[in-house]
Design a protein around this ligand. Structure first.
Ligand code: DLL
Length: 456
């Protein structure tokens, strides 16, 4: 990569995003061989699994041989907690991060100095793809700390030469003051938090779209095209989707370019596959399945065929921006945030799409699952616009029926819709909590306290 352009600006075209495919595949094969060798020599779990398959690193002679390698899962990280998958001695590990697991303990990830350099370089490429450069003031409202969002974005933007404002997450009124007073031109945070910022700004008499802010780089949670439209119109900005996960590096695995035709994957460092989540078999490009990623250059904690649980498609058609690296579709859902209600598989994103298609609602909703006498029930609470909320009861009832119909039409399930007052659903400063599942809680409470008969 080069920063040699006039004024020391970063030149996106100097990044490996544009190299001819054959050259990329060659580089990937060389790196794959090296990383598999490293993991085999240094990570006991991986060596055991490869030995069980009677496969050794030197048998890997083509990229398609990756199919012979075992998958790595979140459970493997949990089982080897905290440092069991490290491939570098602790003396060479200069940073750790952690992300909350589904059960009590977090999963821990590690970086050598070189890993951090790689991370910074992909974040530079990501921000540059969103049109950021020197002279931009970036408000970094991803949380700083164990979460990878804050520091990942911070070092990338600094290396790009942008002016970083490290506000971190939370303290919404101060965020708005900084946005306005510092004449911020770009922001990064979760999309749900940005929607919250727009709203709070309006309450404070600040119209987000009148500010100099022009770009938002949003990720860390699923969001939809309707949310993008809302953000772009109300925020007066162009909104980009950025993807990543702690296990692989943090933010910076892939990002949209200004054409918004999916997210370009930084394939020279992260090798993507899409598999059928049921069978584990590779899916052809263009078909939807679970994203599996292999780190091609990670030293401290190489991940071989990590099952992300994120559902997407890989696109190979050329992008008008000229980047040759493959793109992944926007992640609308995970294979495991799915919940099953009365035998029907439901993804929160399906409900969100149905709600937002109906005029009069805001993109704030919560799905409440309960069980009564063994029967599952789903209630969807959705906020309505202030105009509608102050309207006649009849208008609200009409809206409620339209929403119930829209959701039932998509899911084939009866749901209870509750219209909520504007700003009544709890806002998150990081990832939004969309589903509250009280079904297990009910049984747990009963077990702890057998005299309890009814639980809310
Ligand atoms: O969320 C890293 C990140 C920070 C990405 C800031 C983008 C921006 P984790 O906390 O480990 O890491 O969570 C990773 O979040 O497997 C997806 O399910 C989800 N996710 C991340 N980015 C997106 C996105 C960070 N753009 C998990 N769209 C991933 C949808 C996303 N889901």
């Amino acid at each position: 990569m080069s920063w040699d352009a006039p004024g020391g600006a970063f030149h996106p075209a100097s990044a490996p995003d544009y190299v001819p495919l054959a050259q990329m595949r060659q580089l990937q094969l060389e790196r794959l061989r090296a990383v598999v060798r490293r993991a085999y020599d240094r990570v006991e779990l991986f060596r055991r699994r490869l030995d069980e398959r009677h496969f050794s690193p030197e048998k890997l002679t083509a990229l398609t041989d990756i199919e012979h390698l075992p998958f790595t899962t979140k459970a493997d990280l949990r089982d080897t907690y905290p440092f069991g998958l490290f491939a570098s001695p602790i003396e060479d590990v200069v940073r750790v991060h952690a992300s909350s697991g589904t059960t009590g303990k977090p999963i821990v990830v590690a970086y050598t100095r070189q890993d951090l350099e790689v991370w910074t370089s992909v974040m530079v490429r990501a921000f540059a793809a969103c049109g950021l450069n020197r002279g931009d003031l970036l408000q970094n409202a991803y949380g700083y700390g164990l979460f990878t969002g804050g520091l990942g974005a911070h070092y990338g933007a600094e290396a790009l030469g942008a002016t970083v404002i490290p506000v971190s997450g939370g303290n919404t009124d101060r965020q708005i003051m900084v946005l306005k007073d510092f004449r911020v031109t770009a922001i990064c945070c979760t999309p749900s938090y940005f929607i919250h910022l727009i709203e709070r700004a309006a309450e404070l008499g600040v119209r987000m779209r009148d500010l100099p802010l022009r770009v938002g780089i949003f990720g860390a949670e699923p969001w939809t095209e309707s949310m993008r439209r809302h953000i772009e119109i109300e925020g007066g900005i162009q909104a980009f989707d950025i993807y990543g996960l702690s296990e692989i590096i943090g933010p910076g695995v892939g990002v949209e370019c200004p054409f918004h035709h999916g997210l370009h994957i930084f394939e020279d460092h992260f090798y993507p596959e899409v598999i059928d989540p049921e069978t584990g078999h590779a899916m052809p490009d263009g078909e939807e399945g679970e994203l599996v990623l292999t780190t091609l250059s990670k030293q401290a904690m190489p991940m071989i065929r990590y099952r992300t649980r994120d559902i997407t498609v890989l696109a190979t058609e050329p992008c008008p921006c000229g980047r040759t690296v493959r793109r992944m579709g926007r992640i609308a859902r995970r294979s495991d945030d799915m919940f099953i209600i009365r035998g029907v598989n439901v993804f929160p994103s399906q409900i969100e799409a149905a709600l937002l298609a109906v005029e009069g609602t805001l993109p704030h909703y919560q799905i409440l699952l309960t069980r009564h006498k063994g029967l599952d029930a789903m209630e969807v609470q959705v906020e309505v616009t202030p105009e509608l909320f102050s309207d006649k009861i009849g208008a609200l009832e009409g809206l409620r029926q339209r929403l119930a119909y829209a959701v039932e039409h998509i899911l084939g399930l009866k749901v209870e819709i509750t219209l909520a007052a504007p700003r009544s659903i709890r806002r998150s400063e990081g990832k939004a909590e969309r589903v509250i599942d009280r079904r297990n809680l009910t049984t747990e409470v009963l077990r702890e306290n057998p005299s309890t008969v009814s639980v809310p």
